[in-house]
Design a protein around this ligand. Structure first.
Ligand SMILES: Cc1cc2nc3c(=O)[nH]c(=O)nc-3n(C[C@H](O)[C@H](O)[C@H](O)COP(=O)(O)OP(=O)(O)OC[C@H]3O[C@@H](n4cnc5c(N)ncnc54)[C@H](O)[C@@H]3O)c2cc1C
Length: 380
């Protein structure tokens, strides 16, 4: 997955930035190819690095998980337990697990993905009370199907591209085909995937002859990479897109989906609890309200950006225009756009990115009152 300036300042504050650099591969350009392997003008990511002080990196998901997990005392995380039910009693909330254990707490934070069990329990209650907006009652819409896989470690003799010091991230836009291929290192396991066997294999067969550019002068196809990929490391995933508008109810609160936005959500919520110690149900409600007020605009913006980006992989006229613009806009225009964006951020928003240092040397101009109690490194 791709990690860059929106998370790296946080990693630095956590003291894991240097170790992260040893597992990530530095990325400076995104390169698109037509099916004829004619390259489009690469998208240069360096203006963002100049502006923020942080580069962009591709990292294998299991390695990133391991790095983050190492920071947390093992006894604080219990693996392999499924939440089956949630109940509330005497200002406490309890989760009931598949191993028959019950764990009680003051609040429950649902960080359990697109089909969150916590959200479903919470929404059932809100629906019964007639408080769930209609848009939140609708199912998650699927926008595309994604075949995702991770090759075994490739031999640099056979695939010299992997020995290069910088990461090559390339997209191939199929002519008159419903496929776009993106090549980097990433991997995901979810309930919504169809592992290994038939569905993924069928899609592999449909796409294995798509040409790819591995910069070694050889005629390559996606099939060359499929042949280097263990079947259990391939899955077909239905990608869904939706921003729910109800994020909390009584002692329930939700966070995610979106790897970067999920981490920003977690920081925003933790900061609020830190700044406003909660004693009563009213305190908790106020924190949750502040949390949603802070995060919903950023999440909505991220969702809209992601939709725009997805259009470049689509076969419509809008996608073609966006793709054209992203490849012809000169770097100086990116720089101006970034400065304008920064000024707008400082004036109107107190999202996580503004609390954190956008540039290693520049602190945000304003902090909301709610963060006044925060200690360094978050204090203004
Ligand atoms: C191919 C692909 C590439 C991607 N690349 C990127 C990228 O480069 N950058 C990026 O920002 N995002 C990327 N994303 C999106 C990103 O992976 C997701 O948005 C992100 O993982 C969502 O995080 P989450 O914590 O909300 O949910 P999830 O990652 O889905 O985690 C939810 C967790 O909850 C657990 N869980 C679910 N139900 C229960 C239950 N009842 N009891 C107990 N546990 C439960 C699950 O086992 C899982 O561990 C990519 C997605 C895909 C499919």
């Amino acid at each position: 997955m791709s990690i860059g300036p929106t998370l790296l300042p946080i990693f630095e504050q956590l003291g894991i930035y240097d170790e992260f650099l040893t597992i990530g591969k530095y990325l400076t350009h995104l390169v698109g190819y037509k099916e004829t392997l004619v390259p489009l003008k690469p998208l240069d990511l360096r203006p963002v690095e100049e502006f923020t002080g942080y580069g962009q990196y591709i990292v294998a998901r299991p390695k990133l998980y391991d790095l983050i997990l190492k920071q947390i005392p093992p006894h604080k995380i219990h693996f392999g337990h499924r939440v089956l039910n949630i109940t509330e009693k005497d200002n406490k909330v309890a989760i009931h697990l598949s191993n028959s254990d019950t764990i009680e707490g003051d609040i429950i934070v649902g960080a359990d993905g697109a089909y969150s069990a916590v959200r479903q329990r919470m929404y059932e209650q809100l629906k019964t009370e007639g408080k769930l907006p209609k848009s939140d009652q609708e199912d998650l819409p699927f926008c595309c199907t994604c075949l995702v896989g991770q090759t075994k470690v490739l031999d640099p003799e056979e695939f010299p591209i992997v020995a290069e010091p910088q990461c090559n991230f390339s997209n191939l836009y199929g002519d008159d085909k419903p496929f776009t291929a993106a090549m980097e290192q990433r991997f995901r396991n979810s309930e919504n995937s169809e592992w290994g066997d038939h569905p993924a294999q069928t899609m592999c067969e449909e796409t294995r002859n798509l040409p790819i550019q591995l910069l070694d002068g050889k005629k390559r196809t996606l099939g060359d990479l499929y042949d280097q990929t263990p079947k259990e490391f391939i899955s077909k995933v239905m990608l869904e897109e939706k921003v729910f508008t109800t994020w909390h109810h009584r002692r329930y609160v939700l966070m995610g989906d979106g790897a970067v936005t999920a981490m920003h959500d977690a920081i925003a919520l933790a900061n609020l609890f830190y700044a406003m110690p909660a004693k009563t149900g009213e305190d908790i409600t106020r924190i949750f309200e502040e949390y949603q007020k802070e995060r919903l605009p950023a999440v909505t913006e991220s969702f809209n950006n992601s939709r725009q980006l997805a259009k470049t992989a689509g076969r419509g006229i809008v996608g073609a225009i966006i793709l054209y613009l992203t490849t012809v806009i000169p770097a100086w225009l990116w720089r101006i756009a970034l400065v304008i964006r920064r000024l707008a951020d400082d004036q109107e928003s107190y999202s996580v990115t503004t609390i954190l240092r956008l540039n290693k040397h520049i602190l945000p101009a304003t902090l909301p009152i709610i963060y006044e109690n925060l200690q360094p490194p978050y204090s203004p």
